[in-house]
Design a protein. Structure first.
Length: 213
């Protein structure tokens, strides 16, 4: 989808800007798909980058995330083919199964890429209180980049999602109302430490999660 004032990442911003209609938006259940909807991987045209960005958003924004089984395996399913197509059995677990996705050897390279990404993301999420209980503060997307923060006392998580097909260098000064007082941002997925006096580099169609220190 093209980026614009009401398209692309701005659509997410506009939806969350309506949170005032909820008594407590932090208690809402959020999901990419479920047993009554098309599998998300089908919806996005089998796009691995889009899926990883979506998973990052799902597990770092406000609300209670729900993950439908098989999303980590890129399972497909379309509602117009019947509910049976979107509720297929998980591959593996029985002697007669030809595939066993419970093991890395039973998964494809692409499946393992997403599985490992999600595993690392969820292991980190268990250790961070801000993404569970912190307030959400987000900024209007610019040039296809959506930036938001989860803030709990002095614990701050910064998330940047670049939906553009081009690399972006983000000037942190735009977010100084939050970042002032912190020296560096630690990328929770790569381990890279970025000094906040410098710009943050975002690869095309990617997301980064930082803990501010």
């Amino acid at each position: 989808e093209q980026e614009g004032w009401s398209e692309g990442m701005a659509r997410i911003y506009m939806v969350l800007a309506q949170d005032f209609v909820y008594d407590n938006p932090y208690n809402t259940l959020i999901f990419l798909d479920n047993h009554d909807l098309n599998r998300y991987f089908n919806t996005i045209g089998n796009d691995l980058d889009a899926l990883k960005m979506a998973l990052t958003f799902l597990f770092t924004t406000r609300g209670i995330p729900q993950l439908y089984y098989g999303t980590e395996l890129l399972m497909d399913g379309q509602e117009h083919l019947g509910h049976g197509d979107i509720r297929k059995d998980f591959p593996g677990g029985w002697k007669e199964d030809s595939l066993n996705a419970f093991t890395a050897s039973g998964r494809s390279e692409a499946q393992n890429e997403v599985f490992n990404h999600l595993q690392q993301l969820l292991h980190w999420r268990k250790t961070n209180q801000a993404v569970h209980y912190g307030r959400l503060l987000h900024f209007l997307p610019e040039n296809g980049v959506y930036t938001y923060f989860r803030i709990l006392d002095n614990e701050v998580v910064m998330v940047m999602i670049n939906n553009s097909k081009e690399k972006r260098d983000i000037d942190i000064n735009r977010f100084s109302e939050i970042t002032s007082g912190f020296i560096q941002a630690n990328d929770v997925m790569s381990g890279e430490a970025v000094l906040l006096k410098n710009n943050v580099a975002l690869s095309p169609r990617s997301a980064r999660i930082f803990e501010l220190k």
